[in-house]
Write a protein that binds this ligand. Structure first.
Ligand code: ADP
Ligand code: MG
Ligand code: ZN
Length: 628
């Protein structure tokens, strides 16, 4: 199972402190009762005098505030420091409020009563202690408790600037890279980061710069947090962990102070890793903040940027961050010199899922269980889902009164989880998978057939979550600033390849191509309106791109200004349809000629869920060789 980080919160619980305060208050009043306020009731002055006259009082103690009469002549010293007024039990004492009465002395002289004055000096130290020191200590303690409680509850006025980062000391992290599976590309990248921390000289000697920030990007539950811990565990350095949300407070400036404090602490502990989980909480783009925005978050983000610029490679500090919303991050964060490295932590494929299941099954007593089959059943599951399934299966086994977990438990556990995931749109049916596989293969093959197109880097049918069922990733070989008309048409072809493959194989078309079609139509429209590539408007730009939007804020996509008539609009629409039709026919022809290859690749994709550049190339080359 996963290894939990020790929770290093200094403060155990609010209830506990209430008890302490209660005891303190009680103690205080007890002391007060015993010392500050002489509890003995007073008698009237006249009665006091009468008792002297009657001989009941043999001795009188005169102090500033009270006269105290005793029934015996023996003078007692305070028995103990702490209980100075405990006296011999037999003695009766009378007390009255002091009056300035010279007659009293005369009377006492007459009755041979011994009398003496006491100054308060004797008890001065004690009384200073109780009336000054103790209350101050008392309030200080209460204040401390409140401070801690506020810090615990997520800040407040008193905890300004106090940091909530959990610092995990070197050696306390037991997570290793072997605890993470199924995200091999990410792991490889991070192995290098560990090497940076362990042997920085190796890189700096050659003049290389160690990256300052590494951003882990990927859907929730794929193991980003786990990977960050593994990095710290492997590198044997201290690890500061903080969530982006911890920086965000009600008061402007608190988050910024926290960031400053975090980096200050980290610099002392260097070499070390600072890990900011859920970076999007503070790193949201400032651009889209129309209407005021969030000052606090902006300040925090600015402070983070300043701090990131403030340390250099030699300081032994590496900033790791994780997010599942890279799209909302402020571009400034992604600039070189900040999070210059982005590591994709993607959903695992079949092999990866099997490996993850193996890791989590280590702590469970397994009967005859085919983890590979389970991996096959769990397309679209992330690491966290799989960990959950193993646990759920173990619970089901216990419920069935078994000592070991068997295949059936896993199957039931998957069923349970699938119901939840289906709601989140992450599970698709077998038929849909086939369609997606052929669709993606269609894109990839057209890209491969077209000279000058960017090579296919990855094809995947692992469900993506937000709507996309699969994807084909092309990597540009070189930076492009100019594109020829042919290249634009090729781009449209690749986009149409998905739907063409679907129609060719299944004789019907699906909604899966909606996004492709939008993009393709957009390219076609621009060819006509912006680039002057249509027959009628050759070399005529029909639109101009204005600078600012209505609010005067520069928008990311400059507003289009139409400069043509309705009739032209009609022509544009017709021409787009025309281009699409023409390209679609060409694509269909291409695919029909390569139907066998299409099937081979799609079947392989169904089996493996994702194909990388090498595997895909091999399949295509093989086909070409056999065709010769
Ligand atoms: P994220 O931060 O990406 O949302 P986590 O790292 O918090 O995901 O993952 C939650 C838990 O799921 C982990 O503690 C681990 O038990 C399990 N898990 C997730 N991904 C993996 C993986 N690739 N390998 C092994 N376990 C994983
Ligand atoms: Mg996380
Ligand atoms: Zn597509």
């Amino acid at each position: 199972m996963s290894l939990k980080l020790p929770d290093l919160k200094p403060f155990k619980g609010w209830k506990f402190s209430l008890v302490y305060i209660g005891i303190l208050v009680l103690g205080m009043s007890l002391f007060n009762y015993m010392f500050m306020n002489k509890s003995q009731p007073t008698i009237d002055y006249s009665e006091f005098k009468n008792k002297i006259a009657a001989g009941e009082i043999k001795r009188v103690e005169l102090s500033d505030n009270y006269f105290t009469g005793f029934s015996s002549t023996k003078r007692e010293m305070p028995s103990m420091l702490w209980f100075p007024h405990t006296r011999v039990a037999a003695e009766t004492t009378y007390r009255t409020v002091a009056l300035n009465d010279p007659d009293l002395l005369k009377l006492m002289d007459e009755r041979a009563v011994s009398y003496y004055g006491v100054s308060r000096d004797g008890n001065a130290l004690l009384s200073i202690f109780f009336s000054w020191v103790l209350p101050i200590v008392f309030f200080f303690i209460i204040w401390r408790f409140l401070m801690k409680r506020m810090g615990n509850m997520g800040g407040g006025v008193l905890s300004v600037g106090q940091n909530k980062a959990v610092i995990v000391a070197e050696g306390d992290i037991l997570t290793r890279f072997t605890d993470v599976a199924g995200v091999d590309e990410a792991k490889d990248e991070l192995v290098e980061v560990v090497d940076f921390l362990k042997n920085p000289k190796k890189y700096t000697d050659i003049g290389g710069k160690i990256p300052k920030g590494v951003l882990l990007v990927g859907p929730p539950g794929t193991g980003k947090t786990l990977l960050a811990r593994a990095v710290a565990g492997e590198a044997h350095v201290a690890f500061f962990r903080m969530s982006g949300a911890d920086f965000v407070e009600m008061f402007v400036g608190v988050g910024a102070a926290r960031v400053r404090d975090l980096f200050k602490q980290a610099r002392v502990k260097a070499p070390c890793i600072i890990f900011i989980d859920e970076l999007d909480a503070i790193g949201k783009s400032r651009i889209n903040n129309i209407g005021g925005g969030n000052d606090e978050r902006e300040q925090t983000l600015n402070q983070l940027l300043v701090e990131m610029d403030g340390f250099d490679a030699t300081s032994g500090l590496i900033l790791l961050a994780a997010t599942n919303r890279p799209d909302v991050l402020d571009p400034a964060l992604l600039r070189p010199g900040r999070f210059d490295r982005q590591v994709l932590v993607d959903r695992p494929d079949v092999k990866g899922r099997e490996a993850i299941l193996r890791i989590h099954a280590q702590t469970v007593k397994l009967g005859s269980v085919d983890l590979e089959a389970i991996a096959r059943m769990t397309s679209g599951f992330v690491g966290a889902d799989l960990a959950n399934i193993v646990n759920e299966a173990a619970l089901l086994a216990v419920r069935a009164g078994r000592q070991i977990v068997i295949q059936k438990d896993f199957e039931e556990a998957i069923e349970k989880t699938v119901a939840g995931l289906q709601k989140k749109n992450r599970i698709i049916s077998e038929d849909e998978r086939r369609i997606v596989a052929f669709h993606e293969t269609g894109h990839a093959l057209i890209a491969a057939f077209t000279p000058g197109m960017d090579p296919v880097q990855k094809i995947s049918i692992i469900p993506r979550g937000f709507g996309a069922l699969g994807y084909t990733l092309q990597m540009p070989v070189e930076d492009r600033y100019l594109m020829t008309e042919d290249e634009l048409r090729s781009k449209i072809n690749v986009l149409l390849g998905g739907r063409a493959a679907e129609e060719l194989m299944f004789g019907k078309i699906s909604t899966g191509a909606a996004n492709d079609l939008t993009k393709a139509a957009d390219i076609a429209r621009r060819m006509i309106t912006d680039y002057g590539m249509s027959d009628r408007f050759k070399h005529v730009a029909l639109t101009s791109r204005g600078g600012t939007s209505m609010l005067g804020i520069p928008s990311q996509e400059p507003l289009l200004q139409r400069e043509y008539s309705e009739a032209t609009q009609q022509y544009i629409d017709d021409e787009i349809a025309h281009i699409m039709e023409k390209q679609y026919a060409a694509v269909t022809q291409d695919l029909t000629m390569n139907k066998k290859l299409l099937t081979t690749v799609a079947e392989r994709l169904l089996e493996k869920e994702s194909l990388d550049e090498k595997e895909f190339k091999e399949l295509v080359e093989n086909e070409r060789l056999t065709a010769l």
